[in-house]
Design a protein around this ligand. Structure first.
Ligand SMILES: [Zn+2]
Length: 314
């Protein structure tokens, strides 16, 4: 009785909504609203204290005022690339961490309002969460892959769209970047490498950095762990297993001089930072580090796929 009573006004309302007229559709759809709750953020913070543990921002590699700087936390990697024409930031951390990133940039002597380009490793809330606020404070252009666009603009985790624990503040993508595409800004060139699997549009970014007269290629890797992803029954998104495999095929033989990632544990940041503080100016240069990491996580992927496949069998 109650149900029927309640349903009536909704039906009446639905009948009043005109069917969409494609010819009159606005060019840009309005962004989804931000549905991140304080309760969910408190739970994330409680379960992942390292994500919120402060790290003094520092230069990873490069001559003073150039190259790449660390502006993340103990558990989440965010990166700052200064240029004479305004700056580039990779990742925004959790939904409530934009101000932490901004403070780190200020501490380095730059103005976060001068961020011109925002990049994202992948559209999961621990890396994309702060982007909307960073964009609002700076007016920067958000650049991302087509594969991650819907999740960034919708503020959800692709394939788990109803899971409110995984919501992020929606952020409009201003420019879509493709595999191998470069972004040149203020004398810096960033190259996008699509490494899908962990997310459909997972994007690693590379750049050349000069220090002491030598050039080092730096890779900020997107990730290729299974983490919360369903590989089967039903997959997180269509083609996810093939995507992981192609990403391992593409990355297995890469030997970047400097391997960085959005979780500092991936590249052993704490230890390298200690070496750097102790006077080793090239503490982050190690062209064997990435290969070892990929071998490890490819093993994790194979285990994960076997377990999920077995778990799914009747
Ligand atoms: Zn992720």
């Amino acid at each position: 009785m109650m149900m029927r009573f309640m349903a009536l006004p909704i039906l009446a309302l639905a009948a009043c909504v005109p069917s969409p007229d494609i010819g009159n559709m606005p060019e840009q759809k309005a962004l989804a609203e931000n549905k991140v709750s304080a309760e969910n953020l408190a739970k994330w913070r409680k379960d992942n204290p390292s994500w919120y543990a402060a790290v003094d921002p520092f230069q990873v590699v490069g001559e003073q005022g150039t190259g790449i700087y660390y502006v993340g936390t103990e558990g989440l990697g965010m990166f700052f690339i200064p240029t004479a024409d305004g700056h580039i930031v990779i990742d925004g951390g959790m939904p409530d961490q934009a101000s932490m990133v901004a403070d780190a940039i200020t501490k380095l002597g730059y103005d976060p309002k001068d961020i011109k380009i925002l990049l994202n490793s992948h559209a999961h809330l621990d890396h994309s969460g702060g982007l909307a606020e960073l964009k609002a404070m700076s007016g920067a252009q958000m650049m991302a892959s087509e594969g991650d666009r819907s999740a960034l603009e919708g503020g959800f985790y692709l394939g788990s769209e109803e899971e409110d624990f995984l919501f992020a503040p929606p952020v409009k993508v201003d420019r879509i970047i493709a595999d191998g595409e470069t972004i040149s800004h203020g004398g810096v060139t960033m190259t996008a490498h699509l490494h899908p699997g962990h997310s459909r549009g997972c994007t690693s970014w590379s750049m050349d950095v000069v220090q002491g007269g030598k050039t080092y290629d730096v890779l900020v890797f997107c990730s290729a762990t299974v983490a919360a992803n369903r590989l089967v029954n039903p997959p997180q998104y269509e083609g996810i297993v093939d995507d992981y495999r192609s990403t391992f095929d593409k990355t297995r033989d890469l030997k970047p001089d400097v391997f960085l990632a959005n979780h500092p544990g991936f590249f052993g940041m704490a230890k390298k930072r200690e070496k750097q503080k102790a006077g080793d100016a090239l503490a982050f240069v190690d062209d064997q580090a990435f290969g070892k990491f990929i071998t490890t996580i490819e093993g994790w992927f194979k285990d994960g796929l076997r377990k999920q496949t077995e778990g799914a069998a009747p």
